[in-house]
Design a protein around this ligand. Structure first.
Ligand code: F6R
Length: 612
């Protein structure tokens, strides 16, 4: 968690750092801070509790801080409550070392005790202050310079980190390193930048270096040099970022979430185009052949949150089409339950950020058992993308709203395409069915567009239920998987407690919660299960529930049971999640804004969950 930035060049650093941090607020937003230096004068540190705007006000938009070299941080608390003391940058007593950190240092208590024995004292509760003082300790003890002090510290620190560091004795430089936390570096003209994520520096450069685990970077004016912990130089080539700056901004929408909902037809098309060529699914860029697909006898899908919900949809689709056993796991469970993986298993990790700690650990667990791993990831160059044996990228572009929408939709598309290819490779579908499914998939973006066009009805419904205290989402099969996502959207951004239930399971206990006026949302896109769903909804209605139904155009008799019905265009039953999820995203969004909540940055959450 947390976002870090760094700048060195000829401009005033603080406004550039604040601008970069504003693009990283999705990574954490409970406090923020800057450290800026004017030539070889003392390093000035300013911190503020609360949103970035507090820091902006405190520094007059950065104009109050002189100097063209600096680092900045936006925090999501892990060790120590959100406060000015715990905010970054942290510093050694004489400011010899000033540092910002993203990640978690697991053995910080042990290191802190050692440092206390060596005469150090601590002003905060953070693990970051421990890292700062550990580097300071080695820097002063061995006098080998910044890189040596960093390398020695890296050998002692357990856990994850991305660090940007200023040393008092090295005024013209910023030092950086990382392990299992993201960091990118850009160089343009006389300036060098670093950040946790691309949008923070996209305005200044499109040429980006990815720094690998345990590598050290040394940034100067318009320069960057890389080396290993053993101080061996490393040659790196920059990667050109093709995202336009506009797509990292709100593009005129009131919130990122609604902008990202509207982007879904385009990003779904982009994702299909990246994998379907001349009527065939082409997984060759991921290094996956038909022969390889035939070698698997079971599939494990592992992910967290909404990405896990994509896994649940994919399980239904893949088992049905490819007739292969598929198991879906929550990553935080998978990693500790000593999973049994046979050598012919394929483990699929799904992650938007590619940095989710539990998903990364699950990937490593699978790799340690020697099975093939496939990552479905949005962020290019992220840890999961780099470590998996095979990677398929989703083409969602930067997703800024904390609640995922477009990344979820693109992950679904990859799930369908891998399922279709697997089914074909295993001889479970013939060429005709293969072609028919791909042709139908091509119609999904335009159908999503039509569902979004109907958004005013959802807005009206959200206004009517803005005081709802609880809701139930029910469905069968793929509709159950969609219910999981609908329920999470409602909980996380509108703070209405909700539960998703397999519709047939409700009567085994939970139905006792249904009373007069309870909101029940039934998803009925699976024609084969339609009648059974209607019966389950009727059971709720007879206990007083207010029923919303989401079903395919044509199922007009749903209105005989449901009080409010939303229709989605007809498609192949395997693909209905892509359409039915849209009204549910819109419902969560409109409920949140009707209640006046911060829809893009819901409380207690962060976009990229890089801690356990
Ligand atoms: C919910 C949401 C989260 C993420 C989860 C996994 O809207 O966004 O549940 O899906 O934290 O994140 P990634 O996909 O980055 O691994």
């Amino acid at each position: 968690m947390c976002g870090i930035v760094g700048y060195i060049g000829n401009e005033l650093a603080a406004p550039i750092l604040l601008d970069g941090l504003s693009k990283l607020e999705y990574r954490g937003y409970d406090s923020a801070g800057l450290a800026v230096r004017d030539g070889d004068k003392t390093i000035e540190i300013v911190k503020a509790k609360g949103r970035l705007k507090e820091l902006k006000e405190k520094t007059d938009g950065g104009m109050a801080l002189k100097g063209s070299c600096g680092i900045g941080h936006t925090r999501w608390a892990t060790h120590g409550e959100p406060s000015t003391e715990n905010a970054h940058p942290h510093h050694s007593d004489d400011n010899a070392v000033v540092l910002v950190h993203n990640g978690i240092i697991e053995n910080y208590q042990f290191l802190r005790d050692k440092l206390v024995k060596n005469g150090y004292s601590f002003y905060s509760q953070t693990d970051t202050e421990v890292a700062t003082k550990l580097i300071d300790y080695y820097y002063k003890k061995y006098k080998g310079g910044p890189v040596e002090a960093m390398a020695r510290s890296m050998m002692r620190i357990r856990g994850s980190y991305a660090l940007a560091i200023m040393f008092k004795d090295y005024p013209g430089e910023i030092f950086a390193t990382r392990r299992d936390s993201p960091m990118i570096i850009g160089v343009e003209g006389d300036a060098a930048y670093l950040a946790s994520d691309v949008p923070a520096i996209l305005k200044y450069t499109r040429s980006v270096y990815y720094i690998d685990n345990m590598e050290i970077a040394r940034l100067g004016k318009g320069t960057v040099r890389f080396c290993t912990v053993d101080q061996e130089p490393i040659e790196k080539q920059p990667v050109q970022i093709t995202w336009d700056a506009e797509s990292a901004e709100r593009a005129g929408f009131e919130h990122f979430m609604i902008k990202e909902i509207h982007e879904q037809p385009r990003v779904v098309t982009d994702t299909i185009n990246s994998l379907v060529r001349e009527g065939r699914v082409d997984l060759s860029e991921a290094g996956i052949s038909e022969e390889m697909l035939r070698s698997f006898s079971q599939v494990h899908i592992v992910a967290c949150g909404s990405a896990y919900h994509v896994g649940v949809v994919t399980q239904y689709v893949m088992e049905d089409l490819a007739r292969i056993p598929v198991r879906v796991d929550i990553a935080s469970e998978f990693r500790y339950r000593r999973p049994l993986l046979t050598p012919d298993s394929l483990v699929i990790i799904i992650s938007q950020s590619g940095e989710t700690a539990d998903s990364l650990a699950a990937l490593r667990e699978a790799k340690s058992q020697g099975v093939q791993t496939l990552a479905i990831v949005n962020v290019v160059g992220s840890s999961i993308a780099r470590e998996a044996d095979h990677v398929i990228y989703t083409y969602a572009g930067p997703e800024i709203a904390v609640a995922t929408t477009k990344a979820y939709s693109t992950q679904l598309i990859v799930g369908y395409l891998v399922s279709i290819e697997l089914a074909h490779a295993r001889g479970q579908i013939d060429d005709g069915e293969y072609g028919r499914l791909l042709t139908e998939l091509r119609t999904i973006p335009e159908k999503i567009e039509r569902v979004i066009e109907d958004k005013e009805r959802i807005q009206w419904f959200a206004a009517k239920f803005s005081n709802a205290r609880e809701a139930f989402f029910i469905g069968r099969g793929i509709d159950y998987a969609i219910s999981l996502e609908g329920s999470l959207k409602m909980k996380e951004i509108s703070y209405v407690h909700s539960e998703a239930y397999a519709a047939g399971e409700l009567k085994h206990g939970t139905i006792s919660l249904i009373e007069n006026g309870t909101l029940v949302i039934g998803i009925l896109t699976q024609e084969a299960l339609y009648e059974k769903m209607i019966s389950n909804m009727a059971e709720c209605k007879s206990r007083g529930a207010y029923l919303m139904g989401i079903t395919n155009y044509g199922n007009y008799n749903t209105e005989d049971t449901a009080d409010f019905t939303v229709y989605i265009p007809k498609t192949d039953p395997h693909f209905t999640a892509s359409l039915a999820v849209i009204p549910l995203q819109l419902l969560g969004y409109y409920l949140s804004i009707t209640k006046g909540l911060d829809v893009d940055k819901p409380r207690n959450l962060a976009k990229s969950v890089t801690v356990e």
